[in-house]
Write a protein that binds this ligand. Structure first.
Ligand code: MN
Ligand code: MN
Length: 461
């Protein structure tokens, strides 16, 4: 009797495998093969935009033409400086009843090269880096690294760089101290053990020739770069070069249930959001997939969502339909698709079990983020939570609720508050991640697929 009543009155999110059929689980695993390819091909925001354009073009999307009025079913994209992109499928109602937006970010924590990166010391050539986003610095030593980005030469020519990803490419590395001599280092806190100024990347060690000239190793590296890219040292001044882990995405576990990779945060939401839009043919409302930059440093800059580029684009489409942009934005709804911290039994102390997200329970809805009493959070309304909840339940999408850790253990934020500032209803919906912001993060395949399904149902509601 009480068992029956418990079933009726209690709530716990089940393991996704208990809700899904064998065929659905197979579909999820297949979906994740595409995701792993995307992870390897798109380790930076520029590469993610390039890949998104490629996939979109294959699916009939065309670049947005300023001032155009688009018919229902039109598929367009707006490429913001090669570092952020908005894709849209025009709905049957156009924008008259607002837009439906899924916004994810495509930048990840990494090490950027400084404007004057290259130097030689004690027989080694090294790059100075400036870390980007929230990293634990010690995690970036003694792992294989690759170099990605663009160099704009004095004559304006742009050179694309990608070294360390192909099988026979050289890789790079930051050295760490052997334990035998680390007595002092090991007494330091983890924040101080490896300092920002210690994150210097080894890029070479052989001199240009046999003379005893100073800086011959640096000269050799510059000579190699000149021969390969036609650049000189001054060209680093106008470059965006990013050091990221050289690992490939791979399955984790005997059962292959998980994926380990660099940059799940937030490609694990960006890829499902993108694929769901590519599979959307004729929605009711015009739908947008926003893949944005700079979230990891506070959504700043003109490619981050604290800029007006998304609002300007929606307003331009509204104008072409004869609608007021502000009215359209005020009627719009958004899933801020970003990751949450998966409960980690290794670090149980920083989580609150009843309100944490877990691997394999599906996509996590995060009502609010922030720190010290929801500071800096958007905090979705009960009404919008109810709407998203019934949408996902109605489509049998696996989902769970989650907060980011114990109270006052720390905190974080997403793009949600910048979307909310446009008077749009918004809530965070994303995938739980283990080891978030580490060079190698872990997610569950069933959660990745749940994120795709959530985005699809939201676009097509
Ligand atoms: Mn994120
Ligand atoms: Mn992040």
């Amino acid at each position: 009797m009480s068992e029956e009543l418990k079933k009726k009155l209690f709530y716990t999110a089940p393991h996704a495998a208990q809700k899904m059929t064998a065929a659905e689980i197979e579909t999820a695993d297949t979906f994740c093969e595409g995701y792993k390819d995307f992870l390897d091909a798109a380790k930076t925001e520029r590469e993610a935009v390039k890949k998104a354009v490629e996939l979109a073009e294959l699916n009939g999307f065309r670049p947005y033409v300023e001032g155009s009025r688009y018919r229902a079913g039109s598929k367009i994209y707006y490429n913001n400086r090669g570092k952020a992109i908005i894709l849209a499928v025009v709905g049957e109602l156009g924008l008259s009843d607002g837009a439906r937006i899924v916004a994810a970010h495509i930048d990840s924590p990494r090490l950027d090269l400084r404007p004057n990166p290259l130097y030689e010391t004690d027989g080694e050539a090294l790059f100075k880096t400036h870390y980007y986003g929230g990293i634990k610095k010690y995690q970036w030593t003694a792992i294989p690294l690759s170099l990605h980005g663009v160099i704009v030469k004095a004559d304006g020519e742009s050179v694309t760089v990608n070294i360390g990803e192909a099988e026979d490419d050289p890789k790079f590395v930051i050295s760490d101290l052997l334990p035998h001599l680390a007595a002092e280092q090991m007494k330091k806190t983890m924040a101080e053990g490896v300092a920002g100024e210690d994150l210097n990347v080894i890029v070479g060690s052989r001199p240009f020739d046999t003379t005893d000239e100073a800086q011959n190793v640096k000269l050799n590296i510059l000579n190699i770069l000149f021969e390969k890219y036609g650049i000189t040292e001054a060209d680093f001044l106008s470059a965006e070069l990013e050091i990221v882990p050289a690992f490939k995405a791979c399955d984790i576990g005997f059962d292959r249930s998980l994926i380990g990779a660099y940059g799940h945060d937030d490609r694990v939401c960006a890829y499902p959001a993108l694929m769901a839009l590519l599979d959307t043919e004729l929605p009711n409302n015009t739908t947008f997939c926003v893949l944005t930059d700079k979230e990891e440093i506070g959504s700043e800059g003109n490619t981050g969502l604290n800029s007006s580029y998304m609002a300007y684009f929606i307003k331009a489409l509204a104008r072409a339909e004869g609608l007021e942009g502000e009215t359209v934005l005020s009627k719009s709804k958004c899933l801020s698709a970003d990751v949450n911290a998966a409960y980690d039994p290794n670090f149980a102390g920083v989580f609150e079990k009843n309100n944490s997200s877990y691997l394999n329970k599906g996509v996590v809805i995060t009502k609010y983020t922030g720190s010290r009493g929801k500071g800096g959070s958007s905090d979705a309304s009960a009404e919008f939570m109810g709407e998203v909840r019934s949408l996902l339940d109605g489509a049998n999408v696996c989902w769970q609720i989650g907060e980011l850790g114990r109270l006052d253990a720390g905190g974080g934020g997403t793009v949600a508050k910048y979307v909310a500032s446009l008077n749009i209803d918004v809530v965070d919906v994303g995938v739980p991640v283990l080891s978030m912001h580490a060079p190698f993060e872990v997610v569950s395949k069933l959660d990745v697929y749940a994120c795709y399904r959530a985005a699809y149902e939201f676009y097509n509601a």
